[in-house]
Design a protein around this ligand. Structure first.
Ligand code: UDP
Length: 249
């Protein structure tokens, strides 16, 4: 489903689209003109490492319409490897910018994921922040029956579906169901609904600009240390990849 014009950069086994935030938003807006179940994934280093151990997960990422680098670690790795990406595109930035544009056209958004009550809080905040936005449905991410959720989504046929179930659940869910979903575009966005709902803080802009969002999250949620401990190894693998590349000319 990938657009043939997109340039890709392979970072440790995952093909990233080398694209800016504005171009990614424009592409997503274009996807909303049809109902072809396009989906976007936003891997960070932890997800790349996970994908290398799980072939189904890797296939779900590869089958996406757009793969953008969420996380400074992927950007560093792309530079180390010698195939630098244009920049990082945090999933939540992509979602915010896309929602802002959709609101201007009175287009519809469906919020799926997170704990009960969170998507509704996020809906209140988003409609207050972006007048004109149509939130056409919400559903929490703790479910047992896919078909009920799919029916609810398809009844609304949203322009944009946020799928916030955490990785790899959200990518596997989109891959499995893309063909039967009537959505313009959907994206796997982890904890974004928690941020839109105001129950989790995002790092202040200065931290984001310094590429220290990961450190802020770690300080706020020290239990993430196990997940983040993978980042140094990720960069070491990138160095190996570079050395291997140099040896092979
Ligand atoms: N989640 C969910 N269903 C599940 C497991 C997780 O809806 O079965 C939600 C969880 O409530 C949280 C999000 O998925 O809102 C995952 O957030 P996390 O911060 O781990 O994701 P990240 O942003 O790091 O990818």
């Amino acid at each position: 489903m990938r657009d043939g014009d997109l340039l890709q950069t392979n970072v440790l086994g995952v093909d990233f689209d080398n694209i800016t935030l504005d171009d990614a938003v424009a592409l997503c807006l274009d996807y909303t003109k049809s109902r072809n179940g396009h989906y976007i994934v936003t891997p960070n280093p932890e997800i790349v490492m996970m994908a290398n151990k799980n072939s189904l997960f890797k296939a779900a990422i590869a089958a996406s319409s757009l793969t953008v680098a969420d996380g400074i670690g992927v950007l560093y790795a792309s530079k180390i490897i010698g195939r630098p990406l244009k920049g990082r595109i945090p999933g939540i930035d992509l979602a915010s910018k896309l929602i802002e544009e959709l609101a201007k056209q009175n287009k519809s958004v469906f919020l799926f994921g997170s704990k009960p009550g969170i998507a509704e809080k996020a809906a209140d905040n988003l409609t207050a922040a972006y007048p004109g936005l149509v939130i056409c449905g919400t559903e929490n991410g703790y479910f047992t029956d896919d078909s009920l959720i799919i029916e609810k989504i398809n009844t609304q046929s949203p322009d944009f579906l946020l799928v916030c179930l955490g990785a790899p659940k959200q990518e596997l869910w989109m891959h499995k169901n893309a063909h039967q979903l009537s959505v313009g575009v959907m994206a796997g966005l982890g904890g974004s609904l928690d941020v839109f709902a105001g129950v989790v803080d995002r790092a202040p802009e200065r931290w984001q600009k310094l590429g220290l969002e990961w450190l802020y999250r770690l300080l706020k949620q020290p239990s993430r240390i196990g997940r983040m401990a993978k980042l140094p190894m990720f960069l070491v693998y990138a160095v190996f990849e570079r050395l291997k590349g140099n040896r092979h000319g």
